[in-house]
Design a protein around this ligand. Structure first.
Ligand SMILES: [Ca+2]
Length: 495
């Protein structure tokens, strides 16, 4: 029993320490439900080169146009994507050697050029790309030295237009940007949520918001202390002439006491005791909030008002029945509604929408549909009248092909209308991780979307290229995780 579980437990420990969203402070800890399995019914059909796959409903195909991280497996994530002045741009996460931006006129294989390369240890990744019309293309970076905004007007010459972290080097991420009125807004944070704005894209200022996003204090009943709930603005959207900000909260703990006890007592008490010590899982009380503003300065909280735990649609850590929705990972405006997709570390991820900003409806519940491992709704994009939804889906498993990023579609957004067109990370490929016995999906998430030349492109996320132990029988060495794989770009081709 112990020997069978050991690789899995070790995998689990490493996975939780290296969050796929890499927010730095926020190590996301996750647990998987061992009792239930992902469906294995997905149909994956590949051609001989494994470069084209039919989607599951048989009415379309996807073609891989970039593989192995633009032939550099250290490009682990296609972290961001945007169309600008007739070219498609992809920003990567490259933790080891620095962020890159690649560009192509039509996205076809072999047409991609690198247009930006970060200095080693400068920017680890390009976490957001935003085209402000044809005026300029902006890149929001992730850097432990302090994030910055890069700007280009021609796609090749990039200029930094901010100080590191806007002068506060703990600001390690700029994950969202949007034009609202005469200003461009950028969300930032690390220890406290902030927005910055600029009229000309060159000079940025901290917005003196009222009330402060950090004014929400949540009570941790275990320690009986108040903590700042909103540590970052993770998403921004303009909806019905208002600017919406979606917060991230600390998420050191992913499971409530009840779930933790269930895991410990019923699944692997022996194994967990062996590796965990007295208190393995940290706690966090809060869940995400949604704020909105008519002028960017005066704000009102529309999700989380008067809620002791921030809310997150009621999925706070201390909600006995549910798990924390700690952060909002994606948003979209589609057919008269504002949509948000969260991370739910217990796999109880659901899509929510609102017509007025205050009344929210859960219109897609992955957990109830038996999709237990869509931990994030990672990206959304409207395209040709439909809404496309990409997920992070990862279950480390000895069974190959069991999971990987998915894409779901709706033609109306109404509950019950969603169907899956991609699963298992497009091609079902898995990689070994630390041991031949452990397989993880190669494309574990759909991290970026863009519409370019009236075609839909999707970028994938693969495991971080970081040094990890390598177990070979009784021998232990060191290897680079995913050293042979990198992010991929897929293009949807006609039915
Ligand atoms: Ca890699």
């Amino acid at each position: 029993m112990k020997n069978i579980l050991k690789p899995f437990i070790i995998t689990f420990l490493l996975v939780i320490f290296f969050s796929p969203e890499c927010s730095g402070l926020n190590r996301r800890r996750r647990i998987f439900n061992f009792n239930q399995r992902d469906e294995l019914s997905a149909r994956i059909i590949s051609d001989a080169n494994n470069d084209v796959v039919d989607n599951e409903v048989g009415d379309g195909q996807w073609q891989r146009v970039v593989e192995r991280g633009f032939d550099d497996p250290k490009n682990d994530y296609a972290w961001s994507m945007a169309s600008f002045k007739g070219r498609l741009y992809v920003g990567t996460l490259n933790s080891l050697w620095g962020a890159e931006i690649w560009s192509s006129a039509n996205g076809a294989p072999g047409t991609w050029d690198r247009v930006y390369k970060s200095f080693f240890f400068s920017n680890s990744g390009i976490r957001y790309l935003y085209a402000d019309g044809d005026t300029a293309l902006y890149a929001g970076t992730f850097s432990k030295r302090g994030a910055e905004i890069l700007r280009t007007t021609n796609g090749s010459a990039w200029t930094s237009v901010t100080n590191r972290g806007f002068g506060d080097r703990t600001n390690d991420t700029i994950r969202c940007m949007v034009r609202f009125g005469e200003y461009l807004y950028a969300g930032a944070g690390h220890n406290g949520a902030e927005v910055y704005r600029s009229k000309d894209g060159l000079t940025w200022e901290l917005v003196d918001v009222n009330p402060k996003f950090t004014s929400t204090k949540v009570l941790d009943p275990v320690t009986d202390t108040l903590t700042t709930n909103n540590i970052m603005i993770g998403e921004l959207a303009v909806f019905n002439n208002q600017l919406y900000a979606f917060t991230w909260t600390t998420d050191l703990g992913i499971m409530n006491q009840k779930f933790r006890n269930t895991i410990r007592n019923t699944i692997a008490p022996q194994a967990f005791n062996e590796v965990s010590g007295p208190e393995f899982f940290a706690r966090t009380p809060g869940a995400f909030e949604v704020w909105r503003s008519s002028n960017g300065v005066e704000w009102e909280k529309v999700v989380g008002q008067d809620d002791a735990y921030g809310n997150g649609m009621g999925f706070s850590l201390h909600d006995e029945e549910n798990m924390a929705n700690d952060v909002v990972t994606s948003v979209a405006v589609y057919k008269g509604h504002l949509y948000l997709g969260p991370q739910n570390a217990n796999g109880r991820t659901a899509l929510w929408r609102t017509a007025d900003g205050t009344q929210w409806e859960k219109n897609l519940d992955f957990w109830k549909m038996g999709e237990l491992f869509n931990f994030y709704i990672w990206r959304m994009i409207p395209f040709r009248g439909k809404l496309y939804i990409g997920t992070f889906n990862m279950l480390a498993s000895p069974i190959p092909g069991i999971s990987g990023g998915q894409i779901w579609v709706t033609e109306s957004g109404e509950p019950g209308t969603f169907y899956k067109i991609v699963s298992h990370g497009f091609d079902g490929e898995t990689i070994s991780w630390m041991s031949e016995a452990i397989r993880i999906p190669k494309n574990y998430g759909i991290r970026s979307f863009a519409v370019h030349n009236n075609q839909l492109f999707a970028g994938t996320a693969t495991i971080f290229s970081i040094p990890v132990p390598r177990f070979n029988g009784s021998q232990i060495g060191i290897t680079i995780a995913g050293k042979d794989v990198g992010c991929e770009i897929w293009k949807m081709i006609g039915p």
